[in-house]
Design a protein around this ligand. Structure first.
Ligand code: ZN
Length: 274
């Protein structure tokens, strides 16, 4: 099996598999890294899961996900801060150096207000993240999710939040081609983020036409319209040497035999980076 040291797979990409299956199969496929989702830690000891992954030869790239800071009430916002603190503890115990933040939004609440609440929420948990040695990566989401999943929709907005919080070294950005490919400022923002030491992670998948489900119909690299290799080259040209993380939510792919699906992912990855 060829080694693919910069290939990382998000466990949600093979959602039908258990945590243990993901670890074993990704390692067998020659992947260099794994990004866990929090459901992987349900009823498990995060430290034990982390050990298992490292013993299998995988780097733990990140834990998905924290965030969802905006809330209609102070109580809701505090509950989110508490949950993010639990997430930071889990990441520390797991040995994950990074938490990806899906920042949140409240339908009907002005986006500016949600962005302020996001900045306040991140500010509240940054000291915990620093104490735990865990970085926080703001993941801007495609604007189709601006109603209820994230009021941060571009790298520029993510950079503005980082600026607002004083360019804290533990706060940066997770760039996902699915969310950002359309942005005319993308190349420039990738470069800027890297210059400011904020480019923490890089996620890949593809955009299908038509997309039949706003959440769970992402494409495999090569079957959509995103210039993934071009964006990936922009990222690498900044000196980024981290993993390319395959993150695909897909009802279609989750319904097929996952061994075959993983083979397809590896082939698509190899073609992309041939
Ligand atoms: Zn992502």
């Amino acid at each position: 099996m060829p080694r693919r040291p910069r290939l990382c797979i998000h466990t949600i990409t093979t959602k039908p598999w258990s945590t243990e299956d993901c670890i074993q199969r990704y390692a067998d496929a020659g992947a260099g890294g794994i990004t866990f989702w929090r459901y992987n830690l349900d009823n498990r000891d995060p430290a034990q899961v982390g050990r298992q992954a490292r013993e299998a030869g995988l780097d733990i790239v990140s834990l998905c996900r924290g965030g969802f800071f905006p809330g209609a009430s102070a109580a809701a916002r505090q509950a989110s801060i508490d949950d993010n603190r639990r997430c930071i503890e889990q990441a520390r115990d797991l040995g994950a150096p990074l938490i990806v933040l899906v920042c949140g939004a409240v339908p009907g609440q002005p986006l500016d207000e949600s962005r302020k609440q996001i900045a306040d929420g991140i500010a509240a948990v940054l000291p915990d993240a620093e104490a735990a040695g865990v970085k926080l990566g703001i993941e801007p989401l495609h604007p189709m999710y601006a109603d209820d999943r994230s009021a941060v929709n571009t790298m520029r907005q993510a950079n503005e939040i980082c600026d607002r919080l004083g360019s804290h070294p533990m706060l940066g950005i997770a760039a996902d081609v699915y969310h950002l490919w359309w942005d005319p400022e993308l190349e420039q923002q990738v470069r800027l983020s890297a210059e400011l030491q904020r480019l923490f992670a890089f996620h890949i998948c593809d955009w299908k036409t038509p997309t039949t489900d706003l959440l769970n119909d992402r494409g495999l690299m090569g079957e959509g319209c995103i210039p993934i290799r071009q964006i990936s080259d922009w990222v690498d040209q900044t000196g980024f040497s981290g993993c390319r993380e395959v993150e695909i939510f897909s009802n279609r792919y989750w319904s097929m035999p996952q061994e075959d699906w993983l083979n397809q992912i590896c082939s698509a990855y190899d073609s992309l980076y041939a």
